[in-house]
Design a protein around this ligand. Sequence first.
Ligand SMILES: *Cc1c(COP(=O)(O)O)cnc(C)c1O
Length: 357
Amino acid sequence: MINVTKTFFPSIEEYQAQLQRIWSNQWLTNRGELILELEDKLKAYLSVEHILITNNGTVPIQIALKLLGIGGEIITTPFSYVATTAAIVWENCTPIFVDIHPDYLTIDETKIEAAITEKTTCILATHVYGNPCHVEAIEAIAKKYNLKVIYDAAHAFGVTYNNQSIFNYGDVSTCSFHATKLFHTAEGGALFTKDTTLQHELFYSHNFGHNGPLAFHGLGINGKISELQAAMGLAVLSHMVIILRERKRVVDYYNENLDLTQIQTLKIRENTQWNYSYYPVIFKDETTLLRVQKALNEVQIFPRRYFYPSLNTLPYIDNTIMPVSESIASRILCLPLFVELDQNNLQQIVSILNANL
Ligand SMILES: *Cc1c(COP(=O)(O)O)cnc(C)c1O
């Protein structure tokens, strides 16, 4: 069986070597040695000033929304994983959707200003599939209207834009280290900001607001990760060169062998060093998508409809029509993309797909 992704497993010996340290320390969580080491290594790997590792990629969005004092209306993208919208609603804010760009699939920055009202406090956009939003335009709009910017950068591990980490953009960026993501800690995630004061605030918030054992700085939640997960992160991180090289191999094969006259693929934004995180294909209509999906499923190949449905149609949302996002969501399929996907698998996927267009 071939799924859309397959979690990268380091060797059990590599994981055990990290676990040995935990047993020696007799310390399982609360920012132990492995968590601190993983933060240091990630800071160097990503070239970022600050990082705060968290328990997943959703809680950090909620922490950022809470901490930046946000309420009211949040301008956001309808084309993302459900966590982006759910975090907004969970924090008692109102998502205001702005449609996406038909090629980049990120929020359409030219439509943001029309959606701003006196209740707007923030723009929460996703670098979907690791493709950067138009960060300069978004920053200019945020300045003009005095809005905060949060990027859901769950897919964007290792992406650089204009030769710097994409995590450097916005007031806060968040990432997910879930097992299905490019770099993982089984469950995990991170918060990024360039603002040292904000970094301190984020730090308190992810640990119940504790300021030492007896005092509290403010309201907080539990956003911490354990040493067991940090151990996985350390073991996986040492394989990033191979992970990226093998994912690029798969992406190159698809680019060279799929019938690109019949399908649309992701347009990566200029000046981006991408991370090969997903391979979405957009069919001419949903019927074609369903035909391709059925043919692949028959031979135990399971691509995923990332992202369906368009988030403006969720049952707990006051639906507004988002023509581009709804159209793309109905026609987009993410093909299998992982390190061990071999040449035979790739040939089979491509020939079935091309034959069913
Ligand atoms: C995976 C994902 C999340 C959530 O991350 P978790 O670590 O599973 O909580 C948030 N946003 C996007 C766009 C994602 O793909």
